[in-house]
Ligand binder design. Structure first.
Ligand SMILES: [Zn+2]
Ligand SMILES: [Zn+2]
Length: 248
């Protein structure tokens, strides 16, 4: 009984971290910002990981996220803690995301370079199918309740960590650069680097989020690894800053 619960927790943590790697490397750094170009086979792997573990449609994610950068903490920001309060963004992030993601006009405006492909239309846009396959696979592997428990913990964990980047990493933490986002190393450890969010808003096209001494960005390690084996190409060797002023 106890060992089954432990197994379910371990599986959930592993799934959430795989989803976090796909989110930061593929959805965020490669697709939304073009900070790194991934090879077609690696892109395909990530598309399936995103479909199976998150149910996200990549072009919608990129559109919502680009809108966030275009209107950061202004009235049109899809998920601004300054406008809505950090608790609301933390807890209702998925609803705030959907309000923009489900609006075809906004997706077309912010992600016109990312058209729906045939693979999207036939398979990957069917989010519930991907999530059902994952949950069903876990039930087969771990048994009924442990499988459902592992799937639920993974989905909740992923949603809370994604919400934390938008809520906590725009509210609490260090601001070495002049923007409203913050750096939180503990959150960066949990989200494969996303917690270094102040750095990211300062240099959005940088594939590396760790810009200061002692900062750790596991997502950058993954990109370096992919680069070494010929599966990725980084856009800038040195970060290009949109705001070079350092906060007092
Ligand atoms: Zn942000
Ligand atoms: Zn970004």
């Amino acid at each position: 009984m106890v060992s089954t619960i432990v197994l379910a927790i371990v599986v959930a943590v592993v799934f959430t971290q795989i989803a976090n790697i796909a989110t930061t490397v593929y959805l965020h750094r490669a697709l939304a910002h073009r900070a790194v170009a991934l090879s077609p086979p690696l892109t395909l792997v990530f598309r399936f990981v995103i479909w199976l573990l998150t149910g996200i449609r990549p072009r919608q994610w990129a559109a919502v996220h680009r809108k966030h950068h275009a209107f950061t903490d202004e009235a049109d920001d899809p998920h601004s803690p300054k406008q809505l309060g950090w608790r609301r963004v933390q807890l209702t992030n998925v609803m705030l995301y959907r309000a923009v993601a489900r609006d075809p006009k906004q997706v077309a405006r912010h992600a016109r370079d990312l058209p729906q492909t045939r693979l999207d239309r036939w398979l990957l846009d069917h989010a519930m199918v991907g999530l059902a396959i994952t949950t069903g696979g876990l039930v087969v592997a771990l048994g009924w309740w442990a499988g459902v428990l592992a799937a639920a913990m993974h989905f909740v964990g992923y949603l809370l960590l994604s919400g934390a980047v938008n809520a906590i990493a725009h509210t609490f933490g260090e601001r070495p650069y002049q923007n409203s986002a913050t750096n939180l190393q503990w959150l960066a450890f949990l989200t494969c680097g996303e917690g270094l969010h102040n750095n990211h808003h300062a240099a959005p096209t940088s594939a590396r989020f760790s810009l200061g001494r002692g900062q750790v960005d596991p997502g950058w390690w993954m990109i370096r690894l992919f680069e070494r084996v010929g599966l990725a190409q980084v856009r800038h060797r040195q970060p290009v800053f949109v705001s070079t002023e350092v906060a007092a």
